[in-house]
Design a protein around this ligand. Structure first.
Ligand code: NDP
Length: 376
């Protein structure tokens, strides 16, 4: 085991701290902001498998998922993913540590880890089924971790991994885009001003795509500055009407969902393999409310029905986009950042003592980029 003060394994010279414990923000139950609790008595997540990397967290950032998970979103499916054999038991997921982004320094590695060594500066998106980054240390598998861009400090770097892994998974796996095929593509991002939107605009511009976004009027300067060519203000008038008069799109990334889904598919180029990818997926909500089997069946059934309807009516694909852990993907993003093609968009920063305030900021909505927590 390692010490959170001296970082030495099995040796601790600090009398002021409980050996093998670290500080973290945890929840012991689901609820509103009041359930967030600071403690210095969480066990340090030491390396327990040969492929793991233990990271000293310097900065973390918040995503809408953290607010949702604080309230119990996805609890059933995530519990199954954490521990498939004990889902029927009473094994508790608490104390649960939230926070999905990390930028920090490697302090320990399993014996099979080849790409990282203690002292390396790294960044990663922590999968929601693992203990999060609002803590002094986080431990991940090597595949989930990547070397941090050299141009960014930890606060800037922590603003990128989760939205980057989400955008990569949605645009590449579901949207069929990549660096080599995007230059002649017209892409619409519904919801361009938040974390996913501000990152996706820059990634698509780096790949040469033509980017249109919807956002509030007061975010127009931000999204144009990041490279968006056409901007539709959804707060004045009907966004669908404004978009319908434009040339149609090859790919739509929808980070808003709900009513946008009703009109967005009709904006795709017909009969040429165009794709609508939504991040507003019902899977976790359904498994929470209907149980694992019924919820998953219901969600997949609705996905299939929409996909079939979309193919029959216009030859377009209807797909879900998901965050997926992808360290090698972050390696590619790191190169784009160091080449000056992707900038961090940090809207707000909070010290580790003010994690509840950081959650409050995020809950107010209207994000313009990311909210970061400085941990070390
Ligand atoms: P943010 O909170 O960072 O950003 C949301 C943005 O959307 C805000 O800038 C908001 O600004 C804007 N917005 C709200 N309503 C509309 C609208 N009708 N049209 C256009 N813009 C709008 O969220 P993220 O970017 O991090 O995530 C976006 C969504 O994607 C979230 O719902 C999140 O849960 C989901 N997501 C899903 C993932 C998955 O695995 N399926 C992974 C990651 C994210 P304003 O209100 O001022 O317009």
């Amino acid at each position: 085991a390692g010490c959170s003060v001296c970082f030495r394994r099995n040796v601790c010279s600090s009398p002021s701290r409980l050996q093998n414990c670290m500080s973290a923000w945890v929840i012991d139950q689901y609820g509103t902001n009041g359930v967030l609790k600071y403690t210095e008595e969480v066990a340090i997540p030491t390396v327990s498998s040969t492929s793991e990397v233990m990271i000293k967290v310097h900065a973390a950032s918040l995503n809408p998922l953290d607010i949702a998970m604080r309230g119990g979103y996805g609890a059933k499916l995530l519990k199954l993913r954490r521990d498939p054999l004990s889902v029927m038991d009473t094994v508790s997921e608490f104390p649960l540590i939230l926070g999905r982004d990390v930028s920090g320094v490697v302090v320990d590695c399993g014996s099979d880890v080849t790409h990282f060594a203690p002292g390396d500066e790294v960044w990663a998106a922590v999968p929601p089924w693992k203990q999060g980054s609002l803590a002094e240390f986080v431990t991940l598998t090597e595949y989930e971790v990547s070397h941090k861009p050299k141009l960014l400090n930890h606060t800037e770097a922590a603003s990128i991994p989760y939205v980057a892994n989400t955008a990569l998974s949605a645009l590449v796996n579901a949207g069929g885009l990549c660096r080599d095929n995007s230059s002649d593509k017209r892409v619409l991002i519904i919801g361009g001003s938040g974390g996913v939107g501000t990152f996706s605009i820059q990634l698509l511009k780096a790949w040469g795509a033509h980017v249109t976004v919807t956002c509030s009027q007061n975010a127009e300067g931000l999204v144009r500055g990041l490279g968006a060519e056409e901007v539709v203000d959804y707060t004045t008038g009907d966004a669908a009407e404004q978009l319908q008069v434009m040339e149609k799109f090859d790919v739509i990334l929808d980070s808003v969902g709900r009513e946008t889904e009703q009109w967005a598919v009709g904006l795709l180029k017909p009969w040429c393999g165009a794709k609508y990818v939504t991040l507003a997926t019902p899977l976790l909500l359904n498994t929470d409310s209907m149980g694992l089997l019924d919820g998953a069946f219901n969600a997949v059934f609705s996905l299939q029905a929409k996909a079939i309807q979309s193919i029959i009516s216009s030859g377009a694909f209807y797909r879900w986009g998901f965050y997926a852990p992808d360290g090698p993907g972050l390696d590619e993003i790191s190169k784009l950042v160091d080449a000056g093609k992707i900038l961090p968009v940090v809207e707000a920063q909070f010290p580790f003592t003010q994690v509840p305030q950081a959650f409050q900021k995020l809950e107010q909505g209207h994000a313009r980029g990311k909210t970061v927590v400085r941990v070390a």
